[in-house]
Design a protein. Structure first.
Length: 95
């Protein structure tokens, strides 16, 4: 696990997937930083990407909206953990 930018956000890579933990982040921090992290993880081949949101419905909604805006698909069927959002594929990057 490696901390990014000295913050409380961690990205953990394994052969099978990538995990991004958003615990301790504000909604604004997630809106500003998550799109770049998703692109970075995708470019490094870390798919699927599991985003740990906690149980906040507002945070999950923000994450889903950011994924949609930037061409990432949320996999609702695969995910069995209510405190996470799972990203399976990425389409063309939308600015």
């Amino acid at each position: 696990m490696e901390p990014l930018g000295g913050q409380h956000l961690f990205v953990q890579n394994s052969v099978a997937s990538t995990e991004i933990d958003l615990h301790g982040w504000t909604h604004d921090e997630v809106k500003n930083k998550l799109p770049n992290l998703l692109i970075l993880c995708h470019n490094k081949g870390g798919s699927p990407i599991e985003i740990i949101t906690g149980n906040s419905e507002k945070m999950k909604s923000i994450v889903r909206a950011l994924c949609k805006k930037h061409g990432f698909d949320v996999d609702e069927k695969w995910n069995t953990n209510p405190g996470t959002v799972v990203i399976r594929e990425r389409g063309v990057f939308n600015v």
